[in-house]
Ligand binder design. Structure first.
Ligand SMILES: [Fe+2]
Length: 151
């Protein structure tokens, strides 16, 4: 039987992942709101689609934490304390710099999802382990779109 330590590690890594989703959601929205240049419309719309995907998973991840018996994030301060993805508080950022930053952040997210999947496996949480594959596919799709936009 998986021990309490494995469960605790899973809850911790899921709360870290949740903080990353919220952070990347808001960063993507920041870019959606402030992007400028010849590709404005395309990037404005792409960033909005990606932000919606990120936001849609926040509730799912938080509730997986609760179903595992843990407390989840409670507010902006808790998000800031747990996130490993960095905010970008600037409003004037070159459009391709935005695309590159989001690409790198989504690559980091794929790694964080993998860590959650491993922790879920250790803790015997099959549901999270299975769902993580869909989260990875979504994140890799975002990486693909952003990478192709840079090429
Ligand atoms: Fe909008």
């Amino acid at each position: 039987m998986p021990g309490d330590n494995a469960k605790k590690a899973l809850i911790d890594s899921m709360n870290g992942l949740l903080a990353d989703y919220f952070t990347l959601y808001l960063k993507t929205k920041n870019y959606h709101w402030h992007v400028a240049g010849p590709q404005f419309r395309e990037l404005h719309l792409l960033f909005d689609e990606q932000a919606a995907e990120l936001f849609a998973l926040t509730d799912v991840i938080a509730e997986r934490v609760r179903k595992n018996g843990g407390d989840t994030l409670t507010g902006i301060g808790a998000i800031a304390g747990k996130a490993s993805i960095k905010d970008d508080d600037r409003s004037k950022v070159d459009a391709m710099e935005m695309v590159k930053a989001l690409r790198d952040d989504n690559v980091a997210l794929v790694k964080a999802i993998r860590a959650v999947k491993e922790a879920a496996s250790e803790a015997g949480d099959n549901a999270t382990e299975g769902m993580a594959d869909d989260w990875t596919d979504q994140a890799e799709q975002r990486v693909w779109f952003l990478t192709q936009t840079l090429a």
